[in-house]
Design a protein around this ligand. Structure first.
Ligand SMILES: *[C@@H]1O[C@H](CO)[C@@H](O)[C@H](O)[C@H]1NC(C)=O
Ligand SMILES: *[C@@H]1O[C@H](CO)[C@@H](O)[C@H](O)[C@H]1NC(C)=O
Ligand SMILES: *[C@@H]1O[C@H](CO)[C@@H](O)[C@H](O)[C@H]1NC(C)=O
Ligand SMILES: *[C@@H]1O[C@H](CO)[C@@H](O)[C@H](O)[C@H]1NC(C)=O
Ligand SMILES: *[C@@H]1O[C@H](CO)[C@@H](O)[C@H](O)[C@H]1NC(C)=O
Length: 465
């Protein structure tokens, strides 16, 4: 109980207004603008696994004396259930923060979030001296703070007390630079999310300098001010463990053609969605397994990557499906919302090897063959999302607006050549003979050929086309 009050004291919240509300089902406690009178309600939070302190101005407590803890308080802090602490809508003097965080070094808090907070002033973090914070995840969202640049001295103790940190995110916080010292301090960091900031091409090389973020696996630079593909490549090339890079929502062009660059060879997942691309930029990381190029303005795609498992091309301007011959490991191909009228027949055996094909939202030409390829994929359970509602015919006129599923078509019934062509690839002579024979039959006895089909209209439409 004394410890709880102390925790509160440390947070400098005892004179705000409000109270704490504990939600037992969620094990979540929200403390909203606590007052001296309502401060006791924080006791409810002792059983919570997540506590949020919301609203208030801590500036007046910047010089608040915080004494050292006695042994019983330290024991109490160590026995708390709290694993996650969220601070939101707060004005925090950085000096106070450094001192308060010291208390958390005695707890088992693993995750700390600062949402819509303003840090004012500067702190040297010397108050953390000798203590390590056990947290593995630290998030800042929509925060403002004194400029980080030129604070090497201030930041150097970081590595000592954040040595265990694995995940850091600083999002929507107008971040324009990240000093080399930060990356060198955060040696254990696995994941860094810097989305929705103001990072530019030339911010990257200093941030990801030699010896920085040596363990980093996942990096998100989504929604920043990056413009040059090659400059970004140069900026992250020292990240020797990087597996997942997200560059989505930047306006990228190729950049200076003279500069060549090699992406980290460890890169497996590359997100270039919504990157303003009208061509696939090169070089691509050779070991990629997932390539997301969706929501660009691509007209052609020619990708050959031996290990590629997923190629995401939805929401582009592709007039035809790309060849996937150069990607033998491919399992997922998304082509939704392009300008594709039909899937190439000669790629059907390849497409059938895939587990997940998505092609909804294309202007399908539902002549027998066009429809049949997709119906075959659907029958084989390969069409994932969007089937059948998203697959609508645009042509021929008589099927406009009809669901592709409902087009009475089967390759065999309406166009023997369509099926025979791939089969006969190696048997050209036989093929000519058979096709010639069928042509003769068809010309002589059209009604007999159509009789093979279950539905007369499939035949007649095929004949007309
Ligand atoms: C606790 O949270 C659950 C899920 O959000 C909600 O349904 C419930 O009403 C909350 N209980 C209280 C006492 O606020
Ligand atoms: C960001 O934080 C400020 C306070 O620092 C707040 O006024 C604003 O509403 C927040 N914006 C969003 C989008 O949350
Ligand atoms: C980032 O880009 C946005 C929009 O393109 C622009 O308004 C802003 O000024 C840029 N910021 C920086 C730091 O360049
Ligand atoms: C790529 O980023 C977009 C948004 O920026 C996201 O919706 C999508 O899921 C990401 N793709 C992958 C493969 O993670
Ligand atoms: C649809 O495909 C048929 C057969 O391949 C072709 O003759 C026709 O011109 C195509 N229609 C459109 C609108 O592309």
């Amino acid at each position: 109980m004394r410890g709880a009050a102390l925790l509160l004291l440390a947070l400098g919240l005892q004179q705000a207004e409000g109270r704490c509300v504990f939600n037992r089902t969620q094990e979540y406690c929200l403390c909203y603008r606590l007052t001296e009178q309502s401060a006791g309600s924080v006791i409810q939070c002792l059983a919570a696994s997540a506590v949020e302190f919301q609203g208030g101005d801590l500036e007046k407590y910047a010089d608040f004396p915080i004494k050292d803890l006695d042994d019983s308080t330290i024991d109490m802090l160590g026995s708390l259930e709290i694993r996650k602490i969220i601070f939101s809508d707060l004005l925090v003097p950085e000096v106070l923060l450094a001192r308060v965080l010291r208390f958390f070094s005695y707890t088992q808090v693993q995750e700390m979030v600062f949402d819509s907070c303003s840090f004012v002033g500067r702190s040297s973090w010397a108050d953390m001296a000798g203590r390590a914070l056990p947290i593995t995840s630290l998030r800042f969202h929509n925060v403002t703070a004194a400029e980080l640049a030129g604070r090497k001295q201030d930041l150097s103790p970081l590595s000592r007390w954040l040595g265990a940190l694995q995940e850091l995110s600083v999002t929507a916080s107008h971040l324009a630079t990240l000093p080399c010292a930060v990356g060198r301090a955060l040696r254990a960091l696995r994941s860094l999310d810097l989305a929705h900031n103001s990072l530019r091409d030339d911010s990257l090389a200093p941030a990801f300098c030699r010896g920085a973020f040596t363990q980093l696996r996942v990096l998100s630079l989504r929604h920043n001010n990056l413009t040059s593909y090659r400059a970004v490549c140069g900026g992250v090339r020292l990240l020797g463990e990087l597996r997942h890079l997200d560059l989505s929502h930047n306006a990228l062009t190729a950049g200076t053609p003279s500069s060549s660059c090699r992406w980290p060879e460890t890169l497996r997942v590359f997100n270039l969605s919504n990157a303003g691309l009208d061509e696939v930029l090169t070089p691509l990381p050779p070991g990629l397994e997932v390539l997301d190029l969706s929501s660009n303005r691509l007209h052609t795609v020619d990708v050959s990557l031996r290990s590629l498992q997923a190629l995401l091309l939805g929401r582009n301007a592709l007039p035809a499906a790309p060849s996937i011959r150069g990607c033998p490991a491919l399992r997922t191909l998304h082509l939704d919302n392009n300008l594709i009228a039909e899937l190439p027949r000669d790629e059907v055996p390849l497409l059938e090897r895939l587990q997940d094909v998505a092609a909804a939202g294309n202007p399908f030409n539902c002549t027998c063959t066009g429809a049949a390829v997709l119906q075959a994929l659907a029958a084989a359970g390969r069409l994932g999302q969007g089937w059948p509602q998203g697959y609508v015919c645009h042509a021929p006129a008589r099927y406009r607006g009809v669901l592709l599923r409902d087009v009475p078509a089967s390759v065999l019934h309406c166009s023997p050549a369509a099926v025979l062509a791939p089969v006969c690839a190696g048997l050209a002579l036989l093929c000519v003979a058979v096709a010639g024979g069928l042509l003769w039959v068809r010309r002589a006895r059209p009604s007999w050929v159509c009789g093979l089909g279950r539905r007369e209209d499939a035949c007649s439409s095929a004949e007309r086309l």
